[in-house]
Design a protein around this ligand. Structure first.
Ligand code: SF4
Length: 1018
């Protein structure tokens, strides 16, 4: 047995001496000397310092305890193969899938079980016996799976990362490592202690440096378990370090001078910005970047802020932790190849695959739009695209169709259909249930055939380096999966399962990080212990990240955790205190702590450790809101100066002074107050507008109503020709429902009146009902939907014993109720200014637009009137069918927001020479069937008394009302022709149906504060 020397020292203390002694011993006995440290980061740092000092040593003799266990294992074990953590998770996943463990299923089960098993092994817990009377059906299942897992490893000669420790203890040969230096291991777990004790037994010299201070709140382990022959106590002088080491004890407050500082910041980004500025100040004072460490308790969630902020301050940095391979865009693209067939050819998956720059398939953007129009959600792409072509062919056959546009569209759908067919044929080789090896072979072969991934030939060098590294990692992961798959040579899995296995492996594999020589180091707090760094920043000190008090073991209750005697809440708090304190002790010149007070709108609670530091040392604050070295802040300052009319000393590149002034003027001048600039759609006179919307132009009431509601929407839709992406609706859309009802009403009434019938009355009701239901059934048959929603829609249209009277029957009932009005249904779908399609519009329809006098000019109008009812004296009423829930009222007509009924009325007057006396909206929807006059001639009271709810819509003179509408139209035409397209002037919310919200900068607040005319114009 070796003489064991125990050094009780502050974290970081005596490391130089250990390095010096190791160097000497390794020079004498390079293979028999080993240096064990707690983290890979520290192992790399020690190796670097040894290398810098010119020492030669065997690389893997400076290592962590797991690294040392692996080294012993590799040098001795011939029959067994070590596996990675990801491999053991895959094996667990297979066992879980193959066995009967109903209580252990669920998302994340594999990860949690792997963590639990690791704890059971490393803490040498006799499970489930240790649970005693707390044992349950669930613990029996866990034990059964654990047993199956261990038997599987044994049976296949495998060793996972935790059982490798016990193997190393057994395999370690006496005298193999003659000089051992173990430094900074904090509270080793039972199995780790076994390995250390085995080393102590077998070595000639054993030096063990225990992180220690006389502060039981943090350092309860005095190392007596090692049975040392000699104990050397550190002699930390009465310095700020010894003061720091007393943190969390109930000592009197100490003085750390300016060594430790503390700051509160608004949010996480503000915190990282303040750190970046402090670093810039240090660099300006001559400090080297590599003399600075920035540490976060949760490095992975802090790195995105660092990546955003540090480049803005031009700070070179290197982050210690890589991201999971599954987060790499390149890897995600490669995974999407599997995801498409595995998830049933979902629309979004196929579009993602087709738009990825890493894959050779082109045309994704067009396919995105076409698949929306074809209403594809997943599955039958070919059938849906064929149905879309069929519908367009039908439309093309109509005389009023836009032939060349439709032909073009059909050709592009045809091309997309061929592309999709080819793609799916390629992907079909991946489908089916196969062994993992077969899945891998098919996947690799397809990628090879596609020559995927496509790697950019040029671009940002760092990015290209990252992509090449991610690709290497991906290929290695495929190889690892292939290796593990040989353990289950006969087992077949579905493609979805194979895809999940690969994703699981990639999620557990981290990419490497770019390393820069002289750069600020960004690390996790737990990696800082024992380093010696002049300047240390520790950020994000909030509850939940530090301390993170997660005591519960996966799949165990608190009571079970206590019974298993793994780690109590107190143990974890002490451990967290240790890591925090060890990090502070690594700083040599100054440590700057900070915490954010909020995360977006969520308030954050500062860490209790911050309060402990405050009480113990009354630290000064650091930093302020000035960020002179931020390019972003410089741009803001320059902008503020320019806005005040002052000229800044310089502009942050690449912005020029002229461009900055232009942008500021847009925001601060043009986009303030009333709408008066081109930036608000006030384009002014433009010959192109005059030509397009001048006297010869034909308008529809809908277009004019769009302008009336929001001129900017009119501009986007009708001038620029933009359209929002189509929604994907696998059922009847609102538009289709409207067209269906219109078509049935047209077919019924045109046939009914053609056969010499008059209004529907009780006498002819049965015949009318039969005819309208026949027409309804035939029209409904034209839709090929098979969804439950469509089945319900049909029932509500046609009626059924379950749904009761259908919409069509209720329509006829209402018709019979208002038959007493003296108005007789006369013409249906009267169109003007549109191509005339026989059989679809009334015989009175004309292809030419109706010209309506308008002040000293005219307007050319096109449209289609749903229905015209006439009285015996020739006066008429027009009706518009509505299948939606809201429609205009009389006050909207007066306000110039509703134009359709008055314009249609005047158009029919112009066409027929008759007099229009009323306009109605006929609501035809599930909850309501009612023909409601919106306006009617007050002299015809006896005709309209049978219309429910018509009491307040009579007008003294319908012609006056129409003239009011025409005066509004005159204003709108002047606005359109004069290039006046401001956003809507109603300060209320924009209508839900507007699809331009994402590109429109409508601001209700601005409208409220704007001075000027009520419509927002000056
Ligand atoms: S979001 Fe509002 S202001 Fe903008 S285009 Fe739509 S309706 Fe007009």
């Amino acid at each position: 047995m070796s003489p064991a020397v125990l050094y009780r020292q502050l974290p970081g203390e005596g490391l130089d001496t250990f390095i010096t002694e190791f160097r000497k011993a390794a020079a004498r006995d390079p293979f028999g000397t080993v240096f064990i440290v707690p983290t890979s980061y520290l192992a790399r740092e020690v190796a670097r310092r040894l290398g810098d000092g010119g020492a030669s040593f065997v690389a893997d003799t400076v290592t962590t305890l797991p690294g040392f266990a692996r080294k012993v294992f590799f040098e001795h074990a011939a029959a067994e193969t070590p596996i990675s953590a990801a491999d053991s998770r895959l094996i667990l996943a297979r066992l879980l899938a193959a066995g009967r463990y109903p209580l252990l299923a669920g998302t994340g089960a594999v990860d949690e079980l792997a963590t639990l098993f690791d704890v059971l092994v490393m803490r040498k817990v006799d499970y489930p016996a240790a649970l005693g009377d707390l044992a349950s059906a669930k613990s029996a299942e866990i034990a059964a799976l654990f047993g199956a897992y261990l038997r599987f490893l044994d049976g296949h000669g495998l060793v996972d990362e935790s059982t490798l420790f016990s193997r190393a203890v057994r395999l370690l040969a006496a005298g193999e490592f003659r000089t051992v230096f173990a430094y900074g291991l904090f509270e080793p777990m039972p199995l780790e202690r076994d390995l250390l004790l085995a080393l102590r037994e077998s070595a000639d010299e054993f030096h063990y440096s225990l992180p220690y201070a006389p502060n039981p709140a943090v350092f309860p382990d005095d190392g007596e378990w090692l049975h040392p022959d000699m104990v050397v106590s550190g002699d930390a002088p009465d310095s700020h370090l010894s003061h720091l080491a007393g943190l969390f004890s109930r000592r009197e407050p100490g003085d750390c001078g300016k060594f430790i500082r503390l700051a509160e910041r608004r949010d996480r980004e503000g915190e990282v910005r303040a750190i970046a500025q402090e670093i810039r100040d240090l660099l300006a004072a001559g400090v080297r970047p590599d003399e600075i460490i920035v540490a976060f308790p949760d490095l992975a969630s802090a790195v995105p802020y660092v990546e955003e902020v540090f480049p803005d301050f031009a700070l070179p940095y290197t982050a210690s932790g890589g991201r999971p391979l599954s987060a790499s865009p390149l890897v995600q693209a490669l995974l999407s190849v599997l995801a498409v067939p595995a998830r049933g050819y979902r629309r979004e998956d196929v579009v993602a695959l087709m738009t990825s720059p890493y894959l050779p398939n082109a045309g994704g953007c067009e396919l995105d739009i076409l698949s929306r129009e074809a209403r594809i959600t997943a599955g039958n792409w070919d059938g849906r695209l064929a149905a879309l072509i069929f519908a367009l062919e039908e439309e093309r056959a109509r005389p009023d169709s836009a032939q060349s546009r439709l032909a073009e569209k059909i050709a592009s759908i045809d091309a997309a259909r061929n592309t999709v067919r080819g793609l799916f044929a390629d992907l079909s080789v991946l489908e089916g249930t196969k062994t993992v090896h077969e899945h891998l072979a098919a996947y690799r072969s397809l990628l090879e055939r596609w020559q995927a991934p496509v790697m950019p030939a040029e671009g940002e060098p760092d990015l290209r380096e990252d992509e090449a590294r991610d690709l290497r990692g991906f290929m290695e992961t495929l190889a690892a999966l292939d290796r593990v798959s040989r353990l289950f040579p006969e087992e077949k899995v579905a493609l979805l399962e194979f895809s999940s296995m690969l994703t699981l492996l990639l999620a557990g594999t981290r990419t490497g990080r770019r390393r820069h020589g002289n750069a600020v180091r960004v690390v996790g707090v737990r990696e800082v212990a024992h380093l010696a760094v002049p300047y240390l920043f520790v950020g994000d000190l909030v509850e939940g990240t530090m301390p993170r008090l997660t005591t519960r073991l996966p799949f165990t209750t608190d009571a079970e955790t206590r019974r298993l005697a793994t780690r109590s809440k107190e143990d974890i708090l002490r451990e967290e205190r240790y890591h925090f304190l060890a990090a502070l002790l690594a700083a040599r010149t100054r440590v700057s702590l900070s915490y954010p007070v909020a995360d977006g709108a969520t308030p954050l609670v500062r860490s209790g450790f911050v309060d402990a530091v405050r009480e113990a040392f009354s630290p000064e604050t650091w930093g302020n809101s000035d960020l002179p070295d931020s390019r972003l802040a410089a741009a803001r300052r320059a902008g503020a100066l320019l806005a005040r009319g002052e000229v800044p000393a310089g502009m942050p590149p690449p912005l020029t002074l002229r461009e900055a002034v232009r942008r500021l003027n847009v925001e601060n001048y043009h986009r303030k107050g009333g709408y008066d600039s081109p930036y608000d759609g006030m384009l002014g006179d433009d010959p192109a507008l005059t030509e397009r919307f001048g006297d010869g132009a034909v308008f529809s009431p809908t277009a004019l109503e769009t302008y009336a509601d929001c001129p900017f929407r009119f501009y986007l839709e009708r001038v620029l020709g933009l359209a929002p992406l189509p929604q994907i609706d696998p059922d009847l859309t609102a538009q289709e429902r409207g067209a269906l009802v219109h078509r049935i009403a047209y077919r019924f009434y045109s046939g009914w009146t053609c056969d010499g019938n008059g209004p529907v009355t009780d006498a002819c009701y049965a015949d009318a009902l039969r005819r309208i239901l026949d027409a309804g059934r035939e029209e409904a048959e034209r839709f090929a939907f098979e969804t439950p929603a469509w089945a319900a829609d049909k029932e509500h249209l046609l009626g059924s014993p379950a749904a009761g009277r259908g919409l069509l029957e209720r329509f006829l009932r209402h018709e019979a109720e208002v038959a007493a009005s003296r108005f007789v249904p006369h013409a249906f779908e009267v169109s003007f200014g549109l191509p005339v399609a026989p059989g679809e519009v009334d015989a009175a329809s004309v292809p030419d637009a109706v010209v309506i006098p308008l002040g000293d000019g005219t307007i050319r109008l096109r449209g289609r009137v749903d229905r015209v009812d006439v009285m015996s004296d020739g006066r008429f009423m027009i009706t518009d069918y509505k299948t939606g829930s809201s429609h205009h009222r009389l006050k909207d007509i007066m306000a110039g927001k509703a134009l359709q009924l008055p314009l249609y009325l005047r158009a029919v007057e112009t066409l027929t020479g008759r007099e229009g006396v009323a306009g109605t909206y006929y609501t035809l929807r599930r909850g309501e069937v009612r023909n409601k006059p919106v306006f009617w001639d007050a002299g015809l009271k006896e005709c309209f008394s049978c219309f429910p709810g018509s009491g307040r819509s009579s007008v003294g003179d319908v012609r006056d009302l129409v003239d009011t509408t025409l005066s509004w139209v005159q204003r709108y035409l002047a606005g359109i022709r004069g290039g006046c397209f401001p956003p809507r002037s109603d300060a209320g919310p924009c209508p839900a149906y507007c699809g331009f919200k994402t590109v429109c900068r409508f601001d209700a607040l601005r409208l409220i504060t704007a001075e000027g005319n009520p419509d927002g114009t000056d």
